[in-house]
Design a protein around this ligand. Structure first.
Ligand SMILES: *[C@@H]1O[C@H](CO)[C@@H](O)[C@H](O)[C@H]1NC(C)=O
Ligand SMILES: *[C@@H]1O[C@H](CO)[C@@H](O)[C@H](O)[C@H]1NC(C)=O
Ligand SMILES: *[C@@H]1O[C@H](CO)[C@@H](O)[C@H](O)[C@H]1NC(C)=O
Length: 323
C-alpha cells in the first residue's frame, strides 16, 4: 500500500516536471518565432546631402558590393568604414545579408578610394564577423567587422580614428554622414547614387529619440544614438547602412536604421561606436589580426575628414588602430 502511494507521488512529480519543461520549450519556440519588430526599411539606410568633390577627406569610406550571377552590373549592398590597414567596420545586418550567399569570398567585395563606388580599388574578403548579441529584430548591437585579403595601403585608402570611450554624444553637436545610398525615399526602386554624398546633421537628445521611436513600437537602446535635423530633409537612407557618421575627423557611429528616410521627427539611428572598443579589440584578436590602440589628443590627429570646427577648445581623445 505504502509502495503504491510512493509510486503515485513519484509519477505525479515526473508529470509536473514534464509539463513545466513542455511549457518552457513552447515559450522558447514562441519567442524565436515572433515576427521581426522592424518590417520597415532596415537595410535601409543620404537624403538632402551634396556630392563630395574630393576623395582626400573621405579615404575611409568603403562600399560593400555583390556580384550577381544574373546581372551584368554589380550591386551595392552597404557602406563600411576603414579602421586599420586590414579591418573595416560595418553594420551586423549588412554581414547578415551577404552571409546567406553561397560563397561570400567569391561573390562579395569591398571598394575604397574613389568617389564613384564602381571605380574604387577592389578588395576581397578574408573573414567577417558580427556581434554575438546582434538582434536582427531590434537591430541591437548592429556592428560587424570585415577583414580584407590585401592590405589597404593603395592611394586614397586610409583609416579613420574612433571616438574614445569617454566621448559624449552631446545633443546639437554637428556630425557628418557619408554614403552611396538612396537620395530620395520615394525612389527606392531605382538604383541608388554612384557618387559619394555627404550631409551634416545633429546629434539628438537620447530621451527624445527613445520617445519618438516608442510611438512606432521600436526600441532605441543605450548602445544607439540618433541624429537628424529639426525639419527633416537630411538623413541616411537605404544602402547607406554600415557607413560612417563622424565628427571632427573621428568616427562616432555606424549608420544602422530608421523609419523611412529624412522625415520630420524620424531621425536616423546609429551605433554608439565607443561602446564597442573592447569588442573590436577582442574580436580582431580572435580572428588573428589584433588591433593595437594608439591614444592621441585631437591636436595630433592627422586630420582626414575634418571640416570647419565650430566648437574649438574641446579636447578629444581618440582611438587609432594599428595592426
Ligand atoms: C583634393 O584635395 C587635395 C588636398 O586638399 C588637393 O591637393 C587636390 O588637388 C584636390 N583634388 C582635386 C581633384 O580637387
Ligand atoms: C523626393 O521626390 C519627391 C517626388 O518627386 C519630391 O517631392 C521630394 O521633394 C524629393 N525629396 C527630396 C529630399 O529630394
Ligand atoms: C571656418 O569658418 C569661419 C567662420 O565661418 C571662417 O572665418 C574660416 O575661414 C573657416 N575656416 C576654414 C578653414 O574654412
Amino acid at each position: 500500500m505504502r509502495i503504491l502511494f510512493i509510486i503515485i507521488i513519484v509519477g505525479l512529480l515526473i508529470l509536473v516536471v514534464n509539463i513545466i519543461l513542455l511549457v518552457l520549450i513552447i515559450k522558447l519556440i514562441w519567442r524565436c518565432s515572433l515576427p521581426p519588430k522592424h518590417d520597415v526599411n532596415l537595410k535601409a539606410r543620404i537624403v538632402g546631402g551634396v556630392s563630395v568633390s574630393n576623395i582626400t577627406d573621405y579615404q575611409f569610406a568603403a562600399a560593400i558590393v555583390e556580384i550577381r550571377e544574373e546581372s551584368t552590373v554589380d550591386l551595392l549592398l552597404c557602406g563600411a568604414t576603414v579602421i586599420s590597414r586590414r579591418w573595416l567596420l560595418t553594420a551586423a545586418h549588412c554581414i547578415d545579408y551577404f552571409e546567406d550567399n553561397e560563397d561570400p569570398k567569391e561573390s562579395v567585395y569591398i571598394t575604397v578610394g574613389n568617389l564613384d563606388w564602381r571605380k574604387g580599388n577592389k578588395h576581397n574578403l578574408l573573414s567577417w564577423v558580427y556581434h554575438e548579441e546582434f538582434d536582427s529584430s531590434t537591430l541591437d548591437n548592429d556592428i560587424g567587422l570585415i577583414r580584407v585579403k590585401q592590405i589597404l595601403s593603395k592611394q586614397y585608402e586610409q583609416a579613420i580614428s574612433l571616438a574614445s570611450e569617454n566621448y559624449e554624444y552631446k545633443p546639437h553637436t554637428k556630425a557628418r554622414i557619408v554614403g552611396w545610398g538612396h537620395t530620395n525615399y520615394s525612389f527606392l526602386h531605382l538604383p541608388s547614387t554612384e557618387m559619394l554624398n555627404r550631409a551634416d546633421i545633429h546629434i539628438i537628445e537620447q530621451r527624445r529619440c527613445v520617445d519618438i521611436y516608442k510611438k512606432f513600437g521600436f526600441t532605441v537602446t543605450d548602445s544607439m544614438f540618433c541624429a537628424g535635423t529639426q525639419e527633416g530633409g537630411k538623413d541616411a537612407c537605404k544602402l547607406d547602412s554600415g557607413g560612417a557618421i563622424f565628427e571632427r575627423g573621428l568616427l562616432i557611429g555606424i549608420i544602422s536604421w530608421g523609419h523611412e528616410c529624412a522625415k520630420k521627427d524620424q531621425p536616423g539611428v546609429y551605433v554608439r561606436i565607443n561602446c564597442y572598443k573592447n569588442w573590436i579589440m577582442e574580436t580582431t584578436k580572435k580572428l588573428g589580426a589584433p588591433l593595437n590602440i594608439i591614444k592621441k589628443k585631437s591636436e595630433e590627429i592627422s586630420t582626414t575628414a575634418t571640416y570647419n570646427v565650430t566648437s574649438s577648445g574641446w579636447m578629444l581623445e581618440t582611438v587609432s588602430f594599428q595592426d
